[in-house]
Design a protein around this ligand. Structure first.
Ligand SMILES: C[S@@+](CC[C@H](N)C(=O)[O-])C[C@H]1O[C@@H](n2cnc3c(N)ncnc32)[C@H](O)[C@@H]1O
Length: 236
């Protein structure tokens, strides 16, 4: 009685782990996290495929338990890495309470696919040694921490914010010329990179009509300049 929670990676079907792909090939049932899982990754598999985007938590749990009782091998497939905005614990908790064992297989987060798309580092000597991973919360931004987090001068990765770029940028207390990138569908064939700064990125995003499936990166690392050499490759 075991369920595997697997990170599908950011979109490119080759960016799932070998372990994750083996589990997909072996599975009888895959419950996958909607449109952020590339259909190409699922094509050619023999498992029954269930899109979880229209299912309640209760019906996902019921489907898993019913299928396990029928002797099926089950994968719960999440986009990117399941530990980032994956809402896996609320699924794991009732499964464990029902005596079911759970294993988690990490994945390549869209955060790392976005950095790869920009051919940059998220931490860069002399520019930013720290990374803040966050998201705007709720219908208004009143209750989230974006303003206070922005004061650290760290690289910021902002998930789930493509439809709120204007408000998000207004809430950041950083110089207006701070570089900002919005990466839509990182690693997918239709990947799009929009580059700008705190002042003008919202207009660019609006002009492109991007409203979902995009990550916002903020900070000097986007410019790929002003960094110092690390000590790793010094002459010996
Ligand atoms: C529910 S969260 C899941 C994040 C996922 N666990 C991860 O590690 O990438 C969904 C958000 O992740 C971001 N996202 C997921 N896949 C993406 C991709 N390929 N390119 C850009 N952003 C992506 C977007 O901000 C999207 O709104």
């Amino acid at each position: 009685m075991k369920v595997w929670f697997v990170g599908a990676g950011p979109g490119d079907p080759e960016l799932i782990t070998v372990k994750g792909f083996k589990l997909l090939k072996d599975a009888d049932l895959i419950i996958y996290a909607g449109s952020l899982v590339n259909p190409q990754l699922l094509s050619g598999l023999t498992a029954e495929l269930v899109n979880s985007s229209n299912l309640s938590l209760e019906s996902i749990i019921a489907k898993i338990i019913e299928s396990l009782n029928a002797g099926k091998k089950i994968v719960r497939l999440h986009s990117g890495d399941p530990s980032l905005y994956g809402a896996i614990l609320e699924q794991i908790r009732p499964l464990e309470e029902a005596g079911i064992e759970v294993e988690v297989v990490p994945g390549v987060s869209s955060l790392f696919a976005a950095a790869a798309a920009l051919k940059t580092q998220l931490t860069l000597k002399g520019v930013s040694e720290s990374l803040i991973i966050t998201r705007p919360v709720g219908a208004t931004l009143e209750k989230d921490d974006l303003t206070s987090l922005s004061k650290h001068g760290a690289t910021m990765a902002i998930f789930l914010a493509a439809d709120k770029v204007q408000e998000v940028m207004a809430s950041l207390q950083m110089p207006e010329e701070t570089p900002v990138a919005l990466i839509y569908h990182a690693s997918w064939p239709d990947q799009k990179i929009l580059l700008g700064n705190l002042k003008n990125i919202a207009d660019k995003v609006e002009a492109e009509g991007v409203k979902h499936s995009a990550l916002i990166l903020v900070g000097g690392v986007i410019d790929r300049t002003g960094f110092r050499r690390s000590h790793l490759y010094r002459e010996r």
